[in-house]
Design a protein around this ligand. Structure first.
Ligand SMILES: [Mg+2]
Length: 455
């Protein structure tokens, strides 16, 4: 039997500390954002693409369907919760749960196929490569409402087909167009479309301002370490969200600010940095920076695109350490956690589901973070008999058998729900975590504690 021991996490161990922005430093009121995004998407599909007006039903009626990490089998109209090995743990056709017989009739007795195994083996290739068109993971809070939209479209198409499934579904490209349109940079600049005008007019409904303690912690951190922000969002959006959540002086918290970073490619590629020309956004080209140039540390410049190698060597130069140690906070399990770990940053995974799945739950059901009846825990699934038949383990980390919790276990140092779990303490605080005493996994565990299902 595995022994459960203790391990220590020390922030002072690191020379450079970085952050993703959306859902990491700057948090959203998820329930409100989900409903707003869903309705914007419904409006687009009904008015632009001629879809059924019944798609306008409130998202909240099916909030239990929302579950981060669901994968859509695009042609069959199925939604699957995957294991770490790419096996179907649970599934639904549209919003209708599939029986074991239905699952095995589609995915065989092993409840998998070469594509699902490929997704589990190489999630970066799965979201960047052609597999993405056949199997689409809904992997973050920005695209999660689209999963319910797709499921409801399948329900309506089946209904008009005499309550029978179609041989092949082709609606996904319409939903994808709706998503691309909703978050397009043109809509951002012109303040048009279904998303930006709403969030800009009433940010208090959708965004959570950062507390004073977090801001103070960031200020102290910057005195001791090199701090950096790597956001995938466009600079105009980062500017706006960060100003609302952190204050108009938000740039002062960081030595380096990178926007439109195109993660996960940022961590592995060699794309050039550009300096954002924010003084004149109409027509003046952003200035490209040679790949061998050291980037000066300044909160005055917002860098665009770029690559980790150059940022890393610039930070090494900046802090005067040959091999500095990097810590990075991010919520996206592929773009942040997996990609940053491959580039040898230590990662703190921000998983809000942890708050919903701790005891007592710290997030309400409406937020779509818990789906006890439909999909079960984000971290563990005991529903699939073959997994149940394995010897039960006393090691809580061994139980992390879902595709996404296994990514956390393999690629993060820590899992927390919110950054305040760490920023509420001084930077020299020693965090004691639960640790598997038998192997030398880098994963130190959950703070402040395990989700209920792993206890
Ligand atoms: Mg994020």
């Amino acid at each position: 039997m595995a022994t459960v021991g203790r391990s220590i996490f020390r922030l002072r161990h690191y020379d450079c500390v970085g952050f993703d922005m959306d859902h990491t430093l700057c948090r959203y009121k998820l329930g409100a954002v989900f409903e707003m995004e869903y309705q914007a998407l419904a409006k687009y599909l009904i008015e632009q693409k001629g879809y059924d007006v019944r798609l306008r039903r409130p998202l909240a009626e099916d909030v239990d369907f929302l579950h981060k990490g669901l994968v859509m089998d695009v042609e069959l109209g199925n939604f699957v919760k995957l294991s770490a090995k790419g096996q179907v743990l649970r599934a639904s056709h549209g919003t209708k749960p599939m029986t074991t017989a239905e699952i095995t009739s589609h995915y065989g007795p092993l409840r998998s196929n070469e594509f699902l195994r490929q997704m589990a083996d190489d999630p970066i290739e799965a979201i960047e490569g052609p597999l993405h068109r056949k199997y689409r993971p809904f992997k973050d809070y920005f695209d999660l409402p689209a999963a319910l939209m797709c499921a409801r479209i399948v329900d309506l198409l089946d209904y008009t087909n005499g309550n029978k499934p179609l041989e092949k579904y082709t609606f996904w490209r319409d939903v994808l167009c709706g998503l691309v349109e909703m978050f397009s940079r043109d809509n951002l600049k012109l303040n048009t479309g279904g998303f930006y005008p709403k969030i800009k007019r009433h940010p208090e409904l959708y965004l959570q301002p950062c507390g004073e303690r977090l801001k103070k912690w960031l200020t102290e951190l910057k005195k001791e370490k090199v701090t950096f922000l790597i956001s995938g969002s466009d600079p105009e959006y980062v500017q706006w969200v960060a100003s609302y959540c952190l204050g108009t002086d938000w740039r002062n918290y960081f030595d380096y600010i990178v926007c439109a970073s195109k993660k996960p490619g940022f961590f592995s590629g060699q794309r050039a940095f550009q300096r954002w020309n924010y003084t004149n956004s109409s027509g003046v080209e952003d200035e490209e920076i040679p790949l061998d140039e050291v980037l000066p540390a300044t909160s005055k410049t917002i860098y665009l695109r770029g690559n980790w190698t150059q940022l890393k060597s610039s930070m090494s130069w900046c802090c005067g350490v040959d091999h500095p140690k990097f810590l990075y906070f991010g919520d996206h399990l592929i773009q942040d956690v997996l990609a940053a770990d491959i580039s040898r940053l230590d990662v703190v995974a921000m998983v809000e589901e942890l708050a919903a799945e701790s005891q007592p739950p710290k997030a309400p059901l409406i937020d779509g973070l818990t789906s006890y009846k439909r999909w079960g825990s984000f971290f563990y699934d005991g529903g699939f008999t073959e997994i149940n038949n394995r010897q039960t383990t006393a090691d809580p980390f061994e139980k992390m058998n879902t595709l996404w919790s296994n990514l956390v276990r393999k690629h993060a140092r820590l899992c927390v729900a919110y950054i305040e779990t760490i920023s509420d303490y001084p930077s020299n605080h020693e965090f004691v975590t639960v640790q598997n005493g038998q192997n030398s996994d880098k994963f130190l565990g959950f703070l402040p504690g395990l989700p209920t299902c792993l206890v």
